[in-house]
Every structure is written in structure tokens, then in C-alpha cells.
Ligand binder design. Sequence first.
Ligand SMILES: Cc1cc2nc3c(=O)[nH]c(=O)nc-3n(C[C@H](O)[C@H](O)[C@H](O)COP(=O)(O)OP(=O)(O)OC[C@H]3O[C@@H](n4cnc5c(N)ncnc54)[C@H](O)[C@@H]3O)c2cc1C
Length: 507
Amino acid sequence: MGFTRGVKNRSAIVIGAGVGGLSAAIYLARAGLKVRVYERAPRVGGKLREVDVDGKTFDAGPSVLTMKWVFDELFAGRFGEYVKLGTLEPLCRHFFPDGSVLDLFTDEERAADAIEKFSGAASARGYREYRKHAKKIFDVVREPFMENAIPHIVNFIHPRALTMLTQIDAMRTLHKALEEFFPDPRLRQLFGRYATYNGSSPYQAPATLSVIVHVENAFGIFTCEGGIYRLAEALERLARELGVEIITGAEVEEIVTETTRSTFSEESRAIGIRLRSGAVEKADAVLANCDVADVYERLLNHTKTGRKLARKYSDEERSLSAYVWLAVAEPPPFDILHHNVFFSTDYKHEFKQLFGDRTAPDDPTVYLNAQDRAGTPPSGPERMFFLSNAPALEQGGRSNIDWAHGQEVCRDRIVSVMARHGWQVKALKQKQITPLDLATQFPASRGSIYGLSLNAMTAAFKRPQNKIAGVRGLYLAGGSVHPGAGLPMVAMSARIASQLALTDLAG
Ligand SMILES: Cc1cc2nc3c(=O)[nH]c(=O)nc-3n(C[C@H](O)[C@H](O)[C@H](O)COP(=O)(O)OP(=O)(O)OC[C@H]3O[C@@H](n4cnc5c(N)ncnc54)[C@H](O)[C@@H]3O)c2cc1C
């Protein structure tokens, strides 16, 4: 980004040192700004975090790293010097309740061969066609939508809107689109699962989400030597090298604003922050990386705009949360990879429970990240990260699940799914993470991992933008705002938000 003119000696404050906050700090500092990051937790990384389980370190958040080019750009071509990356082939092993197993590969020929053996020639043909289809959607949305500030909803009344929505396959659900390509319901289940990368349902979210299938299957999944938390450390290191000051254990309680009123309007300008300690810090620009709901509900609660946005936002459907079981256990009596998925018997019912009944699925699909298997696994017990989807909390932190008891239920259900495949999991050390924990760690998020759900045709376009109309000098970056959640998307969000800030400051 070439915005160094006019911004030297200007300053910015970033609220939150998640991947979005650190990435934004890097972009802003590289452009010449003096940047301070305030993070409420004792360590940086946000959802990208490590936890200790009786002396064993687990990655407790993301495990799938895709779209490496986003980080290549962020690290100015030196990503490899900061993190030792590896690739995976096969990408993931999929286990079905009928005992069948399918591996997917980045290499299209290998994947199509595996699918042909698994489900026949028609499925392999469907897969090849689907890859082409997903690529086309990606090529359409990449530059104008993913890499830039949100196209305003008003665009939908443009005469080309319908053509555009058709091009990006937004007029039908992901599940509907998969019916066109895959005669085998197991493959519809497998590719439909990618909707959950955004915390959404394949039965409601638009087929545009095929872009997620594309980025993982065509460009691959990357591993970080020593665990994915090394990415957070690398971002922190680069930020500090660029002169960014990072203050941890510092919770921001208010975005300080100056308000100008005229007869017809009221406009605020962000001029700094107030910390929990009471201290006020000022800057020329403020960039919030915390959940956007926290900005609306708490940090801007003293403004009319904040209160209005909070009211509007609170009714919107949140994306999924998760139940995570970290266990040190003997490996199964069958082969697993680094990434594994064990599918449920009735996928539609699973999503009806998650989004309709808003409860934990009684027969969940389980993602297993065997954390010691990015390389050669050790002999004996290994670190197993099990995840099943769970609904986010409701307004006011309510839930249909009593999580004190519900976490044991979720764990037992995971144990049952594994037992169906012949693995009696016995944890030697363990820790459970529930939506309630996530809600506590990430204020106002209700434990939802990916902001609003994308369970509607135009939901992606209605996501909060990277700037708030009516509050100048305030920018938003992170998984709850445009263009979306997931590590690379969040870094892209930081790029867009920083670009907006730099343009305003230079203007
Ligand atoms: C269990 C789990 C599995 C996941 N799996 C994947 C995956 O495999 N691949 C993938 O790409 N993504 C995955 N994700 C999603 C990914 O982790 C997130 O999209 C991404 O890390 C979000 O980054 P962020 O910068 O938006 O925000 P966050 O990580 O939420 O960071 C926000 C930061 O702001 C801080 N903060 C909040 N409020 C304040 C305040 N008032 N004052 C100061 N600081 C504040 C928080 O403490 C936090 O550090 C997963 C997430 C979870 C939880």
C-alpha cells in the first residue's frame, strides 16, 4: 500500500491484538504511522491461541491455514522467514457413518481418482465440474468483493445485480448447488461442510461459499512448524520490528469521540480510547479489532450511532460457536491424518438442531485435528483436538444448553461418534472449551466465532463495513466485519480497514 505521503507523524490506536489487529498495525506502521495496540488478554493472537493442558501445549483455535498469498503480501514477501511452513497432501481424511473413508487432495487428478474409487465415475466427473464452477465464483468475487471495501447493498438495484448474483451462484443454497454436481449424498455432505468454515448452514447459506472449497482444494492447506500459534508470534514480531507498541492486559472500555451537532445531523469523530484503568489515550485514527458487537454495544454506547447500531445488530442471526475437547489420548486403531472429519448420519437434522432448535446436535459431525500429525507422529499418546459445532448464545447470554452439564454431554457424543468407528477414546489429560468460554473471552460475541451467519442470499454483502457511517476516524477489522472470518479473510479485512484509514488521513 503506497500511502506514506501525508500520514507521517500521524498516530493510530488498535483495539485488540487478534490476527486482524496485528495485521492492521503492520499495515499502518509500514505506512509510517505511530501505532499502539491495546489487548485485554495477557497474550496476542485472540482466537488464534495456545492453551496448556497439564503440561501439554495445544493450539486451541484455528488449525486450517489457507490462502497463503495473503500472508506473503502482509509479510512483504518474507513470510517464510518468520514461520516455517509446510504443505499437506492429502488435505483431509473424511470418515462416514457407513464405514467408508475418502481423502481429498489439492491435486485435482488424485482427488478425482479417489472420488471415482469412492463413489464412481459420475461423482468424479461432478467433482471436476464443481472445481471449475467454484473457481469461476472465486474469480468473480476475489477482487471486487474480498479484497476491497464492501460493495454497498444499493448495488443490488443496479441492472447488473441479477447477473452478478447468478454469476456468484448466490440465488441457491450451497446444498442445492451440490445436488447438481454430486449424485452421492456423502459428497454433498462433505462439500456442504465448508459452509461451517463461516459458521453457517449449507442448507441456508448461498452457494457462493463454494469459494471456500476452492481456496482449500485448489491452493491447499499450510502447516506452521511448532503449531499455528507461531503465526501469531510472527505477526507480533513483525509489528514490533516496525515500531508498533503492543500493550497486553489493557482492556478498552470506550472509544472517545468528539461530536459536532447541526440542526439536522450529528456526527462523531473518534479521537482516542479510554482504558479500564481510566486512562485516556489519543490518536488520529482508531481501529477496532474486537467483535463489532462490542463496538456497538459498549465502546460506542455513549453515541447515538452506537446505540442505534447495537439495537439493529442484536436481532441478527449469529454464526456458529463450537464445543472443543482437547485430549491427550492413544491414537485410534485406524489411520488418521492431521485433519480428519467424522460425519454424522443425518446432516440436515444436525443443522436443524444447530440453527432451528439452537441446541447441540445429538449426533454431531466431528472435526479432529491430530496436532502431532503435521509431521511424523510420536509413538504413544497424542494431542487430539476434537470440535463439534454448537449454537452461539442468545441475546443476554442465554442458551438452550446448560453448559456446565452440556459440556459433558458434548464430550460423550464425540466419544460415541469415535466408538462407531472402533476407537474408544480415553483422555489421559483433557480440557473442554464451550461457547460460554468463547463468549467470556471475546466480549459481546455471544461465543459466535465468525460474526453474523451467512444464512441468507445477500448476508455477505450486509456484513458490517470497515468504517461506521457517522463516526469518522474509526475503522473496523476482524472476523465479524467485511470480508469475513477465518485467518486470511481477517488479514484481508485489516488491509481494507488500514487502506481506508490511510486514505482518510492522507486526504
Ligand atoms: C475453535 C476455533 C476454530 C477455528 N478454526 C479456524 C480454522 O481452522 N481456520 C481459520 O482460518 N480460522 C479458524 N477460526 C477462526 C479464526 O480463528 C478467526 O476468524 C480469527 O482468528 C479472528 O481474528 P480477529 O482478528 O477477527 O479477532 P479475534 O481473534 O477475536 O481477536 C480480537 C482480539 O481483541 C481483543 N479484545 C476484544 N475486546 C477488547 C477490548 N475491549 N479491549 C482490548 N482488547 C480487546 C481480544 O482479546 C482478542 O485478542 C477458528 C476459530 C475458533 C475459535
